[in-house]
Design a protein around this ligand. Structure first.
Ligand code: 5AD
Ligand code: SF4
Length: 467
């Protein structure tokens, strides 16, 4: 399938709209301020960095408080219903603000409003929302915003599309030493529970040169941690001669001290070659996030996952064999339609067998428009809730001991800032992507340091710096 790439002419046009918005706000008695918030996954955070980049070019500053904002922008997530409910609640709460400040522009974009029935509901229920736009027109944000300032009319722009690739948009990154870099967009897998392929379009990869140049320029300007993003990074470049392992090999050849991590890997496409590349690399994180979703082959089939537990466990064993200190994490869905107690027990067995360092666990959420939404779902919410708690207990007991093996070892840690729970400590991440807390002064922030591990907690390690 040919990828629709946004050409430079189209981007030039958007640059003109950025200037026009700038001319509108320039005559105001204050600098325009934006409050932007991103829900959901890292891809959304990355899209928001582009939206913020465009806002910056349009003359906007940023505020943490919607009360002070001239523009509020919510970038939404559709993966589960509770994320959507939160957005409805938060948009509802803006009503009073808009009444006090009718000039404020309220915009809602992203995966949730890419679904027609949700966009329609949003439009009817919240007449004060000025702009609603979908996932395929992010690059047209300046044009849409200008139209609102010029015509003072609501704008809704949610085209159906297989998706586009837009290079060269401005990016506003909040960290000087951490960055995420999308390498592909969309998904072709159609797992039966998942709305993502519907709202994000078909898989399309960025050109390898574009990715390599971006990573090179980031590392040359002092960036030390790069997260490569895609719904299924393992199908990067499918049909070309630069596969994901090859892309990693080329990135690993870049000079400097930095760590490259990536997410998410689909087990069906995760190869021994990929694991070998990680094992032999200088820069690639020893962390594999490999969502298994269920330990029952019957449910995996109903989920359309295209692997069984035997293949999955084979990958886990190979990864552990090649990379002794690999951190393994996963995603699990509890209560998929038709899941029985026997199926669920198989998930518990798999968790005990793999002994994940940590697991992201979710109760199945019915998504309109997916295949699973049409399946019989006889198990009650109460029962699913009790399975879910059981799963947390099992993983909790495993996770508690997972990091003990690091006590006494010295790990190289990228210091990221002050601790979230303890301001007296610095916090950072090891090459295995494990949180490590240690005492030290602010000069270490953004630097690699060696930390001798003294204590293991279920979610972090603690230690002292050593030279
Ligand atoms: N219900 C619950 N969890 C879901 N996920 C995706 N779709 C759903 C859904 N409908 C979970 C999967 C995926 C993670 C990002 O979100 O576990 O790996
Ligand atoms: Fe959703 Fe499956 Fe695609 Fe992941 S791989 S985004 S779970 S359809």
């Amino acid at each position: 399938m040919a990828v629709t790439r946004i050409d430079s002419e189209e981007l030039e046009e958007q640059r003109l709209f950025m200037q026009r918005v700038r001319a509108v706000t320039h005559v105001w008695d204050h600098r325009p301020l934006a409050y932007t918030h991103s829900y959901g996954c890292q891809q959304n955070v990355s899209d928001s960095e582009k939206l913020d980049g465009m806002l910056e070019q349009m003359g906007f500053g940023f505020t943490d408080s919607p009360e002070k904002a001239d523009l509020v922008l919510y970038n939404t997530c559709a993966v589960r219903e509770n994320a959507e409910n939160r957005v409805f609640g938060n948009v509802g709460a803006l009503k009073a603000l808009k009444r006090r400040n009718p000039d404020m522009v309220i915009a809602v974009c992203g995966c949730m409003v890419q679904q027609e029935h949700i966009a329609e509901r949003m439009k009817q229920r919240f007449p004060y929302v000025d702009l609603i736009f979908g996932t395929h027109v992010t690059h047209k944000f300046p044009e849409m915003l200008y139209s609102i300032y010029e015509k003072r009319k609501r704008v809704m722009c949610i085209p159906e599309s297989d998706g586009v690739v837009a290079e060269g948009l401005p990016v506003r990154r909040t960290s000087g030493f951490k960055a995420s870099v999308p390498i592909m967009y969309g998904c072709n897998n159609f797992c039966t529970y998942c709305i993502v392929p519907k709202v994000r379009g078909r898989e399309r990869s960025r050109e390898p040169e574009a990715v390599i140049n971006e990573v090179r320029s980031l590392t040359e300007s002092g960036c030390k941690e790069i997260l490569l993003l895609g719904q299924n990074v393992n199908s990067y470049g499918s049909g070309t001669d630069v596969s994901f392992p090859e892309l990693l090999r080329r990135l690993d050849a870049l000079d400097g001290e930095f760590v490259i991590s990536f997410m998410t890997s689909h087990p069906k496409d995760c190869s021994h070659e990929l694991i070998d590349v990680i094992a032999d690399s200088r820069h690639i994180s020893h962390h594999l996030h490999l969502p298994v979703q269920s330990g029952s082959d019957r449910i995996l089939k109903l989920m359309n996952r295209h692997y069984d537990t035997e293949r999955y466990l084979g990958l886990v064993d190979y990864a552990r064999e090649r990379i002794g200190d690999i951190q393994l994490t996963t995603d699990i869905i509890v209560g998929f339609p038709g899941e029985t107690r026997e199926d669920f027990d198989k998930t518990l067995d798999l968790m005990r067998r793999v002994k994940y360092d940590s697991a992201f666990t979710f109760i199945y959420s019915r998504r309109e428009g997916t295949k699973a939404a049409e399946m019989d779902d006889p198990v009650s919410n109460e029962e699913k809730g009790s399975w879910f708690r059981e799963l947390l207990d099992v993983q909790g007991a495993i996770g508690e001991k997972a990091y003990e093996k690091y006590v006494g070892q010295t790990l190289r840690v990228l210091c990221e800032g002050r601790g979230r729970t303890d301001e007296a400590l610095l916090t950072g991440k090891s090459r295995q992507n494990i949180i490590v807390d240690f005492p030290g002064n602010d000069e270490l922030i953004g630097q690699f340091v060696n930390v001798r591990i003294a204590k293991a907690l279920p979610w972090a390690l603690k230690g002292e710096t050593v030279s």
